[in-house]
Design a binder for this molecule. Structure first.
Ligand code: PMP
Length: 362
């Protein structure tokens, strides 16, 4: 006769054996919101791996506590400001952001007792603006104008921070504390999770912090790891990597990625090659990930996964390719799941036939 405790252990073993997936170990207690950032799983994309004969993995950054890859940058920027004595108790964090960095900063600000002011282009999704407001941030949408215009959201953020006492403009584009956060955390996690068996890494860039920081760490471990920049239309980086010129062509529905210049975070980034991904492929991938893999992910992620598939196809079977799953599709649902919005961008035809019924909003 087994004791009650022994019975429960047997039951646990039976349940675990019946579940064909392994149980991830919850390792330690996280120290508040800030301590819960990072240590995200690396997910094998089953269908894309099978299609290419490669291991195609996505770093599940949408599982950060603030819901995106930018939680890591927010923490890095905040810690750098505190270490430099730029922020004292009750101070104000000011940032220009397309959304996710602001969301990460707003969470961190609440957790550390700071105020948070966010300048953002008014072209961004209403979901991101609403969330920022719910998090207590003072959100200031401003017209989307180029960087050489003094009314660009970044310049406005800088000027406002300078007008306050005890405030910092975290300057995610050119403050390399952003890249360093990925060098110190995302890169090492990917290296450990793949046990050093990684042939290529690819992702798109907004500030460039993720790509440059991860690339820097992986190249220190093994110079042979190939780094591919993934770029949407409307960004100048693909032409820069290919031909050394900053050329802009087309536009994209993706948010948070694409760049018109070489930021400080991207300067000296060790990039071997680049791929340009058009929006129809990104949209089609969004629905494939949803239908075939059960993953509900935003457009920048879907572009990353198309890029990872292209890189895997280029390298050939037997290779390991890693990319970044930046955030969830919920932040963009009113656009990406709206038939009229997709039609207005001439992207409804890109939705796979077996997924068209999923586009039901408006
Ligand atoms: N995807 C999304 C959804 C983002 O918000 C961002 C950041 N703007 C990125 C990708 C790019 O990350 P990074 O700034 O590190 O280049």
């Amino acid at each position: 006769m087994l004791s009650k405790a022994a019975n429960q252990v047997c039951r646990l073993q039976r349940i675990r054996a019946a579940a064909s997936v392994s149980t991830r170990q919850a390792s330690t207690i996280a120290d508040g919101f800030l301590g819960a950032i990072g240590n995200t799983p690396l997910i094998k994309l089953q269908n894309i791996s099978a299609e290419t004969g490669c291991n195609v993995y996505g770093k599940a950054e949408f599982m950060n506590p603030g819901g995106s890859v930018k939680d890591r940058a927010a923490l890095g920027l905040l810690q750098a400001a505190e270490a430099a004595g730029q922020l004292k108790a009750g101070g104000t964090i000011v940032e220009g952001t397309a959304g996710n960095t602001g969301i990460g900063l707003a969470h961190c600000a609440a957790a550390r007792g700071y105020k948070c002011v966010i300048y953002m282009p008014d072209t961004q999704s209403s979901e991101k603006m609403d969330l920022l407001r719910m998090l207590g941030a003072d959100v200031r949408p401003v017209p989307a104008v180029p960087l050489d215009d003094p009314m660009n959201y970044n310049h406005q953020a800088k000027r406002f921070a300078e007008s306050l006492d005890n405030a910092v403009w975290t300057n995610q584009f050119d403050n390399t504390a952003n890249r360093d956060a990925h060098f110190a955390t995302t890169g090492p996690e990917i290296w450990e999770q793949t046990q050093g068996k990684i042939d290529a890494f690819t992702c798109a860039t907004g500030t460039g912090g993720t790509l440059a920081g991860v690339a820097q760490y992986l190249k220190v471990q093994n110079e042979g790891v190939r780094i591919f920049l993934a770029d949407p239309p409307g960004s100048v980086l693909h032409s820069f990597v290919q031909r050394g010129v900053l050329e802009r062509e087309g536009s994209s529905i993706t948010e948070g990625i694409g760049q018109g210049r070489i930021t400080e975070n991207l300067k000296d980034a060790q990039i071997d090659d680049s791929v340009r991904i058009e929006d129809p492929r990104t949209v089609a991938m969004m629905f494939r990930l949803l239908k075939d893999e059960g993953l509900f992910l935003g457009a920048s992620t879907c572009l990353n996964v198309v890029a990872a598939r292209d890189v895997a196809a280029k390298l050939g079977p037997g290779h390991t390719v890693v990319t970044v799953l930046c955030d969830g599709a919920g932040r963009y649902a009113s656009r990406l799941f709206s038939k009229s919005w997709l039609q207005s961008k001439e992207l409804f035809d890109a939705v796979p036939e077996d997924c068209k019924h999923l586009v039901s909003l408006r």
